[in-house]
Structure formats: C-alpha cells, structure tokens
Design a protein around this ligand. Structure first.
Ligand code: NAP
Ligand code: 8YV
Length: 323
C-alpha cells in the first residue's frame, strides 16, 4: 500500500515527528536547502500538512504548490498562520488544537497578571542585584479592589474568568456578541469597557478582524491605574500606541506574552520597568504541548483513516461528503 505524503513545515515535538513518521511518508520542509525547489518537487504528492503558528503563513501562494492537498493540521488553537478562507475555497480542511491548552494558558495568564501587578520579576532582579541589603523593595500596586475586563470570553477567556472568580474581583467582558449564559456583565463597546475597568485581558484570535482593536483610544480609557495583559496575539494591540501609553503614564503597566513581530520585541519595551515580557509561552509546558501535538497527529490520522477531522476550524466546517 502506498503511504500518504505529509509535509511538516517546521520542527515539531519528537513525539509528533515519530507518530507521523510511523504512519505517513513525512517530508521536512525546514531541512530543505532550496525551499522552492523542494516544494516544486514534492508538492504535487502532498495530501496533508502539519504546520504551526511559528513556521510561516500558509497563504494562497504557498497552497499553490499542493494541488492534491486535503488537510492542514495546525499546531495551536489560533490559526492566523493559515488563510482558512483560501483553504476553504480550495476544498482544503484546516484543523487546530482547541481546548487541550485552555487550563495551561489560563494559569499562565493569572501568573502574568499577578507578576505584572506585584512586580515579581522586578523584585527578583532587585534581590539578585543586592539592593535588598540597602532597602526594602518598594510597595507595589495590587489586584485588590480591581475590576477585570476580558476581551474575548471564549474557551480560554472563560477559563481565565473562572480562576479570577477565586480572587474575588469583579469580571466583565467584551466580544462581538453577548453570551446569554455568561455570569458576567457584557460591554458591546471596548472603549466603554476599558473606561469601566482597571485591568484588560486580551484573549481573542489574531488576524484582520481584531487587528489593533486595543489602540490609543482604548488605552486612554483604561487610564493611569490601568493594566493591560495580552495573551492573544501581538496584532491585537497597537504596539506603538502601547509603548507611548506606558511611557507617558497613560496606563500603569502591561504584561505581554505576544508581540507584533515575534520573536523581535521593541527595545522600547525591553528598556521599560513597568512591563513584564514573556516569549510567547502561555501554552508552553511539556504536558500541554504534548497534548497539542497529539491532536495534530490525531486529526491527520483520523482524516486519512476516512473518519473525518476531529477539530476542524469554523471556516472549513466538515460535513461528510461536503469537501
Ligand atoms: P475562542 O473560543 O474562539 O474564543 C475567542 C473569543 O474571542 C470569543 O469569545 C469571541 O467572541 C472573541 N472574538 C473573536 N473575534 C472578536 C472580535 N473581532 N472582537 C471582539 N471579540 C472577538 O478561542 P480560544 O480557544 O479561547 O483562543 C483564543 C485565542 O487566544 C487564540 O485564537 C489565540 O490567538 C490566543 N492564544 C494565545 C496563546 C498564547 O500562547 N499566548 C495560547 C492559546 C491561544 P465573539 O465571537 O462574541 O466576538
Ligand atoms: C502556541 C498559541 O504557542 O495556541 C495558540 O494559538 O499561540 C500557542 O499555544 C503556538 O500556537 C505554537 O505554535
């Protein structure tokens, strides 16, 4: 029996490489010295792609290489790395890795929020620099008495909100639609919500629909005691407006796991004392990355066993016989 040809666009966990290698003929794009020549040669045979948000965008030009492509299994719940509308137009399924990372990302978000407010990394640096020997660390802002606005009350947003309930803070949310069963107050206007809260947590998808939705106006509304936590995508926040707002004291502080041009982070942010900066690690534990990788494998295996995809994205909904 001929084995199905699968392309992996960048290095993934050894468990994913091994599992796919066992079942399919696996082609490793990152090892090709001449990517175009490589894709021209193997592209016509490729029926499945395993990709991730870290290894370039699967856009119309990229998809041209693969006339027989049936499925793109993307590692990560956010799939702004794939032009899903273009894939749908070509009859190609896209799958992502939802739910298996909700708790991990929510845990990290709470950690980042507390670290930003209580200035945990700054306090650590203070001790290491020997400054505690000279004077106690200055008192920090607090989570006490704060009201938190969640931008994007989806799977992860809800997991963050549930954790925040335990901290005794008031929670409200913004999204395009009011959720009838959500136990939190809804704000249809993001500026109005920013005005009403003193913490904003962004956890929406990236892409054109959310680009720069947190801009100078929203940050001004958040105000001088306000804190922004971004665990969504760098594109959701106007980074230059954020730098300006942090510099001018328009807002108090920010905790950022994501940036507009990763892995490049503006020097202006690196030089600031009122930010906590993380290298996109919200889902980055061994436990959770393994579960995400397994879901990439399971989607491909399920599809090529004729059982359909496990977690197709809404732009490419799967109905038996529809694609
Ligand atoms: P989800 O369940 O689809 O939730 C997305 C939420 O965003 C929904 O509540 C949606 O509400 C809202 N939303 C979408 N477009 C919007 C818009 N234009 N304006 C306002 N709200 C909007 O997704 P999820 O599983 O929670 O994941 C959310 C995102 O988190 C991912 O797409 C990814 O970008 C990010 N993420 C980051 C990391 C990390 O490592 N930092 C890890 C995992 C996920 P409405 O439909 O009502 O607007
Ligand atoms: C991953 C993420 O780090 O799931 C997402 O949307 O941003 C993260 O969990 C990323 O996708 C890895 O490529």
């Amino acid at each position: 029996m001929t084995r199905t040809d699968i392309l992996m666009t960048g290095r993934m966990l050894p468990s994913v490489v091994e599992a796919l290698n066992e079942r399919f003929t696996l082609h490793r794009m990152w090892e090709a010295p001449d990517r175009d020549a490589f894709l021209r040669e193997i592209g016509p045979r490729i029926r499945g792609i395993a990709t991730s948000t870290m290894t370039g965008r699967a856009d119309a030009a990229f998809l041209e290489y693969f006339p027989k492509l049936e499925i793109i299994a993307s590692f990560g719940v956010g799939y702004d790395n794939v032009d899903a509308h273009e894939a749908a137009r070509r009859g190609i399924l896209v799958t992502n890795t939802p739910d298996v990372l909700n708790d991990e990302v929510a845990d990290l978000t709470i950690g980042l929020l507390i670290a930003t407010l209580r200035r945990i990394p700054q306090a650590d640096r203070y001790l290491r620099d020997g400054k505690w020997l000279e004077a106690p660390f200055p008192l920090s802002p607090s989570l006490r008495s704060r009201k938190v606005g969640i931008v994007g009350l989806g799977r992860i947003g809800k997991a963050i909100a549930r954790r925040l309930e335990g901290f005794g803070v008031e929670i409200v949310y913004h999204g395009r639609t009011r959720q009838e069963n959500a136990p939190y107050a809804y704000h249809g206007s993001l500026v109005d919500m920013a005005q009403a809260v003193d913490v904003l947590i962004a956890i929406t998808p990236g892409g054109a629909g959310t680009r720069h939705m947190i801009d100078g106006e929203v940050l001004k509304a958040l105000g001088p005691s306000g804190v922004l936590i971004n665990v969504a995508r760098g594109s959701v926040v106007d980074e230059q407006a954020l730098i300006e707002a942090l510099r001018e004291g328009t807002i108090l502080a920010a905790g950022l796991d994501v940036f507009e041009d990763e892995p490049r982070v503006p020097q202006a942010l690196i030089d600031m004392d009122n930010v906590v900066l993380l290298p996109h690690i919200a889902s980055g534990s061994v436990h959770t990355r393994k579960a995400m990788g397994q879901l990439v494998v399971d989607n491909l295996v399920s599809w090529f066993s004729g059982k359909g995809p496990l977690t197709p994205v809404p732009e490419t909904p799967y109905r038996q016989g529809a694609l």
